[in-house]
Design a protein around this ligand. Structure first.
Ligand code: ZN
Length: 437
């Protein structure tokens, strides 16, 4: 029987969390300096850096394209930006931090007094030393972001400002990699690709998906895996509009974000709340220790698009400390010191373990449902090393294999680890006491 069972990835296909964490951190460091936005060359440069890890297919959606209720905006690129104090000193300099420029700033070159310039300056509401991350995607504006202390140090007087940017017809870019399995059914894992130099909020998700892709490529898979990198909101909306006819292939999905901080894992359920992905992630988290599971709310990241009522895909969001809850969120404090290789490695292991549960999860029919089958004569009872939990698992699997429960359900109800339940189902199937449905 075992030889006819479909492929399913195992932990043997993956690196140790330590190795994966180092690999993800290394890529994250390369991604960090790039000035990304919802469009532009920074995004393309990002995808080029991912190319050695996974086979990316790039899509460009032209400015003006109607995608559901949205219109693809003009493409933004930036070369340089600064504020000069009139004595040739760059008191604010894009080259020192790309967070200094309000994202999607229109080009400007002018002189103006500090009082007028202030209308275009943004500071962090609570932390005087942090540069905030601000954008104005769909509302034309220009501006600079700086630390409150930096602003307070500027004397009155006239300043020269320059934002050497372009906002022109072009496209937004998204990229996807597909790893075919035995089934056309897909597991969709997505992340956004639109944040500049922010380490946890964005770079961590991009780097995690790239390294997951690297190891999926070498694994034998039951499901087909699709990894999608796209700019927040407009990206998933564009992808969903382009793929509307084939969305029924997506059986399970996860949005990856903020996976590099040392906080505990947090899972936000899909809109359905009881989808297989919701049960799989909850089951894995329970076995791993401290974590939080939250119900779906129509706020947050790209899960909003996948869970909109006309799409309604079973897509949850799996992060560590969620965006806007970790210290440093959307500021210069979300840097390479905030993210940790061990947290990135733990996130890799978490995703990989969830994939493993989805790969192995099945429903079975008990072929001997009238009374318990006699396990002893089949060498199953008390013959399994380790004793009671393995024996309990056999009885739980037999009892709940009535067609209405899958292995995740049985793991939940019995309180036994999914792996133990799965091993019991393997043994029972080999003894022809179970048949997969
Ligand atoms: Zn963000």
């Amino acid at each position: 029987m075992a030889e006819t069972r479909p492929a399913a990835l195992t932990s043997a296909d993956a690196p140790t969390p330590g190795t994966a964490g180092d690999e993800i951190y290394e890529l994250l460091r390369e991604l960090f300096p790039i000035c990304r936005s919802i469009s532009g060359d920074g995004v393309r440069q990002t995808f080029e850096l991912l190319a050695p890890y996974l086979p990316l297919m790039l899509s460009e959606v032209p400015t003006g394209t109607q995608v559901f209720d949205w219109t693809v905006p003009r493409e933004w690129n930036i070369r340089d930006a600064w504020i000069d104090d009139g004595d040739g000193n760059r008191v604010v300099d894009f080259r020192a931090s790309n967070l200094h420029v309000l994202g999607y700033s229109t080009p400007v070159r002018t002189k103006l007094p500090l009082a007028e310039l202030r209308e275009h300056l943004f500071t962090h509401p609570t932390e005087p030393d942090w540069i905030p991350f601000r954008t104005s995607y769909y509302n034309e504006n220009w501006g600079f972001c700086l630390a409150t202390r930096q602003l307070d140090a500027l004397p009155d007087g006239e300043y020269e400002v320059c934002i050497d940017s372009t906002l022109e017809d072009g496209s937004i870019s998204y990229a996807e990699a597909v790893f075919p399995g035995e089934l056309d059914d897909e597991i969709l894992v997505t992340t956004y690709s639109c944040h500049p130099s922010l380490a946890n909020d964005n770079c961590s998700g991009i780097a995690l998906l790239a390294v997951l892709g690297k190891y999926l490529a070498d694994s034998s898979l039951r499901y087909t895996y699709r990894l999608l990198f796209s700019p927040g909101s407009i990206g998933p909306i564009s992808w969903l509009a382009a793929n509307e006819g084939r969305l029924d292939r997506v059986k399970h999905g996860l949005v990856a974000s903020c996976v590099g901080d040392p906080g505990r894992p947090t899972y936000k359920q899909s809109r359905r709340g009881d989808a297989e992905i919701d049960r799989a992630v909850a089951s894995v988290l329970r076995q791993r220790g401290d974590h939080e599971v939250r119900p779906f709310v129509p706020l947050g990241g790209d899960e909003r698009q996948f869970n909109s009522p006309g799409i309604d895909l079973p897509v949850g969001a799996l992060s560590r400390t969620p965006a806007n809850e970790f210290r440093g969120y959307h500021s210069s404090a979300d840097n390479l010191d905030l993210v940790r290789p061990d947290a990135l490695g733990d996130s890799f292991d978490l995703y990989w373990t969830v994939f493993g549960v989805l790969e192995r999860n099945r429903r079975f029919e008990n072929l001997n449902p009238k009374g318990e089958p006699q396990l002893g004569k089949r060498g199953l009872y008390r013959a399994i090393a380790g004793g009671t939990s393995e024996e309990e698992a056999l009885l739980w699997v037999l009892n709940l294999s009535d067609g209405g429960h899958d292995l995740i359900d049985i793991s939940d109800r019995s309180g036994l680890p999914f792996e133990t339940i799965h091993e019991a189902s393997d043994a029972l199937e080999a003894a022809t006491l179970l048949q997969p449905l």
